[in-house]
Design a protein. Structure first.
Length: 417
């Protein structure tokens, strides 16, 4: 552990090597998505879950391309909402920042509930609240995991998942009942909706994009994003094939923690507790980094008067936005109490997809040549379609919250004008 927080001044925090950056990218990607999100995705995609993972991988690759395009500009350090504000106008910039913050809050709730489901399924909400409070305590003290620790944890998680998938494929468990198909449509619409859920698993690369100024070379981040996303996508595909071919999508869709529960009925049942520990480490690490990232976004938006100015305050030698961290933690705890992991993932996916659509639209304005506008054009359409095809409860909740954010942004913009 180290006492660095986003505003570190030491040379080590400013000089992430390629292996460190790849480890950070993997540690930010292997969380609730890998250990929980495949279940609701299987319920929607049916036997075509693999295609949903491939579609999500394609869309997140487009998102990474547009995010890196914006990160390469001279205003990269000012936040994504600044890019969108500069390219599309102040109200849209506010909406982009709002969508990312509320999506991050819901994602944090999903991560906390993932920890709870793997520690004490019947008391997942209590464990989730405790996890959020623990993260809050760490960040108030300015404590954060080092890049080396993240790399080591990511390697251990990847190794555990690879062993699990190998065991499952080579010696499939015998079920008392034949696997049944999930009740999802399994058609194109079901696959598209499932891909929106699976995309939640890959958005950790956003954290890596924001570390461009802390690496040894400007080329480190694009390379690290490519490598970490490639490893994560391969791992997700391998796990998806292992689960669906041996147990069936119906079995996967009915689980709360499909990987751990599948390991517990495999020929190596001791893998079950190992994967539960891996899930806690993975989700806990992403929860810690995402709370701080969301708090940093809140502080940045407050600095630009998109949110109440007192939230912009940073404290201590590490410049931790403690007020924003406390607000984020409180909202995450409320979300943990009110919703379950699947609902949190659905809402977070919808908000993040809207955020990415605005990122694509901003990147589109940077490219004067039509050939280079293909990626952001396809990205905007794909993100909006996937968002609309998510479960209607998630879409409705996201629309209401984003509409509230848009109204607040419009009011503050017209008042300032």
């Amino acid at each position: 552990m180290t006492t660095s927080s986003g505003a570190s001044t030491g040379s080590d925090s400013r000089r992430l090597s390629l292996p460190d950056a790849v480890g950070t990218g993997l540690a930010s990607t292997l969380g609730a998505g890998l250990f929980v999100a495949l279940a609701p995705a299987a319920a929607s995609a049916g036997d075509h879950l693999v295609w949903a993972v491939l579609l999500a991988a394609l869309v997140v690759s487009l998102n990474a391309a547009s995010s890196l395009t914006l990160a390469a500009t001279d205003r990269a350090a000012l936040g994504t909402h600044t890019h969108v504000r500069d390219r599309l106008g102040t109200p849209w910039g506010h909406l982009a920042g709002w969508a990312h913050v509320v999506g991050a809050i819901s994602a944090c709730a999903a991560l906390a509930l993932t920890i709870g489901l793997h520690v004490l399924p019947d008391g997942s909400k209590v464990i989730g609240v405790v996890a959020v409070l623990a993260v809050l305590g760490l960040h108030v003290q300015g404590i954060e995991r080092s890049a080396r620790a993240e790399r080591m944890i990511a390697m251990l998680i990847v190794l555990a998942v690879l062993i699990f998938a190998t065991v499952l494929l080579t010696t499939p468990p015998v079920l008392t009942d034949a696997p049944v198909d999930a009740e999802g449509s399994g058609g194109p619409l079901g696959v598209a909706a499932a891909s929106g859920i699976v995309l939640f698993a890959f958005v950790g690369h956003l954290r890596l994009v924001n570390l461009r100024a802390e690496t040894v070379s400007p080329r480190t981040v694009p390379r690290a994003v490519t490598i970490s996303l490639g490893i994560a996508i391969t791992l997700y595909l391998l796990v998806t094939v292992a689960l669906t071919r041996t147990l069936g999508t119906g079995w996967v869709a009915a689980r709360q923690a499909p990987l751990a529960e599948a390991a517990e009925i495999s020929v190596w049942p001791w893998l079950g507790p190992v994967l539960r520990i891996a899930a806690v480490l993975a989700a806990g690490g992403v929860l810690s980094s995402l709370v701080l990232t969301a708090a940093g976004d809140v502080a940045t938006m407050a600095r630009d008067r998109h949110l109440p100015v007192p939230l912009a305050a940073r404290h201590g030698p590490r410049r931790v936005p403690r007020r924003a961290v406390a607000v984020i933690a409180a909202l995450v705890i409320v979300s943990v109490v009110l919703v379950d992991a699947r609902q949190a993932i659905g809402f977070a996916s919808c908000c993040i997809l809207v955020h990415f659509a605005l990122v694509h639209a901003s990147a589109w304005t940077l490219e004067p040549r039509w050939r280079r506008r293909v990626i952001p054009s396809v990205g905007v359409i794909a993100c909006l379609v996937m968002a609309l095809l998510l479960p209607w409860q998630s879409v409705l909740a996201a629309v209401l919250v984003l509409l509230l954010g848009a109204i607040i942004g419009w009011v503050r913009h017209t008042t300032r004008e």
